[in-house]
Design a protein around this ligand. Structure first.
Ligand SMILES: Nc1ncnc2c1ncn2[C@@H]1O[C@H](COP(=O)(O)OP(=O)(O)OP(=O)(O)O)[C@@H](O)[C@H]1O
Ligand SMILES: [Mg+2]
Length: 266
């Protein structure tokens, strides 16, 4: 439930998600079944799981881009009925930017929708482009950017409106090792001062331990659910090679590996 006494910012209660076939002769796919998860206000929760298990689907449900076919998804105690300014999102795929807008305009978009003053828009765009190191690329269009740069525009856009909740789907996967490390540190710093609630999906066990208060491991699909939620009981800032870090790494690695093997043998 996150920090002691905290209100659950995000709750998934026995959530199922079944994708209906697009063609009459197709088969439905039950991606999730019985997903239970509560994320406390101000908590940083990481989600790990074998590929294709349904991690992005979990995020899309909380974001309001998908609706559950069973159970309930609540944000701040209310059922999610669609996307909202309370949730900033970084999607896994790099088609999430508006292709007809420049870097500047993509980051400004949510601020303008929220009717911020031009000066406030300018300030938020400037500081967030600076944060992700894209100040020199502000007039470019998404098609002129590398995958890692597009991902950084998404991160700047998600942070610009200062949402209470950040939903991040493998946000750093496309970045080079140095940028990735820098962005992890920056996100950790932003989280520490802003106390945002973060739902962070990653394939990288080290990254999950580095950033998370708790780590949820999913089972393999179909009908994936939360297999276990593990507390990261290590002092911050986290140290890479301490015995605690290594031991937790091995536990998580074995847990995910067991799921991947079960998936391949199914
Ligand atoms: N819109 C959709 N229609 C049909 N099936 C879908 C849809 N979206 C996802 N799925 C299926 O649901 C399952 C979970 O997909 P999801 O993208 O959530 O997995 P993931 O854990 O994020 O994978 P990855 O680790 O590769 O990012 C997959 O089998 C996928 O094919
Ligand atoms: Mg995914």
């Amino acid at each position: 439930m996150g920090r002691e006494g905290a209100v659950a910012a995000i709750q998934m209660q026995r959530v199922g998600k079944r994708f209906e076939p697009r063609h009459a002769d197709g088969l439905a796919y039950e991606a999730l079944a019985g997903v239970d998860l509560a994320i406390g206000e101000g908590e940083f929760l990481c989600v790990l799981g074998p590929t294709g298990c349904g991690k992005s689907t979990v995020m899309h449900l909380v974001a309001g881009f998908e609706t559950p076919t069973e159970g309930r998804v609540l944000v701040a105690g209310k059922p999610v009925s669609g996307p909202g300014a309370d949730r900033g999102m970084v999607f896994q795929n790099d088609r999430a930017l508006f292709p007809w807008l420049t870097v500047d305009q993509n980051v400004a978009f949510g601020l303008e929708v929220a009717h911020r003053t031009p000066a406030a828009v300018r300030a938020a765009v400037d500081s967030n482009l600076e944060l992700v190191g894209l100040t020199g690329h502000r007039t470019k269009f998404p098609r002129e950017l590398s995958g890692g740069m597009k991902q950084r525009v998404q991160i700047a856009r998600a942070l610009a409106t200062d949402p209470a909740i950040l939903l991040m789907d493998e946000p750093f996967a496309a970045l080079d090792a140095q940028t990735r490390r820098r962005m992890q540190e920056e996100l950790g710093r932003i989280w520490a001062v802003s106390r945002k609630t973060v739902l962070f999906i990653t394939h990288d066990i080290g990254e999950a331990i580095w950033l998370g208060d708790r780590i949820a491991v999913m089972t393999h699909g179909p009908a994936a659910r939360i297999k276990e939620v593990i507390d990261v009981d290590l002092p911050r800032p986290r140290q890479n090679m301490t015995p605690g870090f290594v031991s937790l790494y091995n536990t998580l690695d074995a847990s995910i590996r067991a799921e991947s093997e079960a998936m391949h043998n199914a």
